[in-house]
Design a protein around this ligand. Structure first.
Ligand code: ATP
Length: 367
């Protein structure tokens, strides 16, 4: 069961070309810079727009073929846009009941459950115009879930929120797959959001699908624009090894030989976690530093150095180094000067240093 897409359409100068199969489990992020076609693709999946001659099939149902086009309302998709689009004249609970009366199918969560998941129960009797931006977005998500969709589509649902509200919302969204097995397609230009939330990533550039795959794999590929972004970094799978209560730290196991300390988290030993390590938070040394304040010193092998293959990138002040840590990878952004001073080469054994405090709040429970 998956979402099969073959969409080729021209809008003015813009051309969208996407052929893919998106998994029908977990959160898939459609990611790419502004104007890359994320919203255009989402609208074709929703049935809000039609790419003539295209094909959309979900879980074996034809939503679009050469001959048929199933309208948005009949596809059973939940929609959450940047703007919450709540009814201003109705209270929160009336907005939610309106959605409940228009359910696509009987099976699905109750109002009580959805309100508990999204932590909106105390808001039910409020007037919509008395809500904060983050609260409005939660109500919009609740409203979409109460229609009992078979697929949830979200277009930049956290845009416009300040950092604290965005982090809170990410916690809420991250916990959703624990409550209901609903495939979610999540449009975002923010790799920070994607690295926290997504399992699978579809990467667009100028309307073309340039890569897709698991987040852990894509995040560490140096041939993709993700690795050149300011907030680049690698997502790693880890297992919680244990806690050091005295120092309020937790230890994560990356491989049989690699452990990391992070600020203490509320997870149990053996729990699977996902960790984002920003490329700018890693430094490299040729020997294991002694008497360093940095707790996380990992022995790694240089796998690739970005910028070695092309003349152009070698003129930038920074290079990105991909380091293998067991079966996984870290990215380290260092100056070109440091690369030359240390004479770093592919295959070389080095030590990656990561400040523990840099890892705070960057973990997520793997789904
Ligand atoms: N109806 C339309 N007619 C002509 N061009 C369009 C139309 N809709 C979108 N476009 C163009 O298609 C391109 C992709 O737009 P789209 O909104 O899908 O990108 P996006 O990746 O979602 O961007 P953003 O992150 O800024 O929201 C843009 O160049 C846009 O101007």
């Amino acid at each position: 069961m998956s979402l099969l897409l073959s969409l080729h359409t021209q809008r003015g100068d813009f051309q969208l070309n996407v052929d893919t199969a998106i998994p029908s489990t977990g959160i898939t992020a459609i990611c790419g810079p502004s104007g890359s076609g994320k919203t255009s693709l989402l609208r074709c999946i929703a049935g809000l727009d039609c790419a003539p001659g295209g094909m959309v099939q979900f879980a074996g149902d034809d939503w679009q073929t050469q001959k048929n086009f199933v309208r948005c309302e009949k596809r059973g998709v939940g929609l959450v846009f940047q703007d919450a689009q709540l009814f201003p004249h109705l209270s929160v609970v009336a907005n939610l009941r309106y959605a409940q009366k228009r359910q696509f199918r009987a099976a699905g969560p109750s109002l009580k459950e959805v309100c508990a998941w999204l932590q909106i129960t105390p808001l039910l009797n409020r007037s919509v115009d008395k809500l904060s931006g983050g609260e409005r977005k939660r109500i919009a998500i609740a409203r979409a879930l109460l229609r009992h969709p078979q697929l949830l589509l979200m277009d930049e649902p956290l845009s416009g929120l300040h950092d604290a509200a965005r982090d809170e919302m990410m916690d809420v969204l991250q916990s959703l797959p624990q409550h209901l097995s609903l495939p979610i397609i999540y449009v975002s230009h923010s790799f920070h959001e994607v690295s926290r939330l997504a399992d699978h990533v579809v990467l667009l550039e100028k309307g073309q699908l340039i890569a897709e795959g698991g987040l852990v794999e894509l995040s560490s590929r140096l041939d993709l624009p993700l690795s050149r972004q300011q907030d680049a970094g690698a997502v790693l799978n880890a297992t919680l090894f244990g806690h050091d209560n005295e120092y309020q730290l937790s230890t994560l196991q990356l491989s049989s030989k690699h452990q990391l300390s992070i600020n203490q988290i509320s997870a149990v030993s053996g729990q699977q976690l996902r960790l984002f390590v920003a490329a700018r938070d890693i430094s490299i040394s040729l020997e294991a530093p002694v008497q360093s304040s940095i707790l996380n010193i990992l022995s790694c092998t240089i796998d690739t150095i970005d910028g070695e293959a092309t003349q152009n990138t070698s003129m930038k002040p920074h290079v990105t180094v991909r380091l293998s840590v067991g079966e996984q990878y870290l990215l380290a952004r260092i100056t070109r000067k440091s690369r030359d001073r240390l004479n770093l080469k592919v295959g070389q054994q080095v030590f990656a240093q990561i400040k523990t405090v840099a890892l705070v709040n960057e973990y997520g429970v793997a789904s």
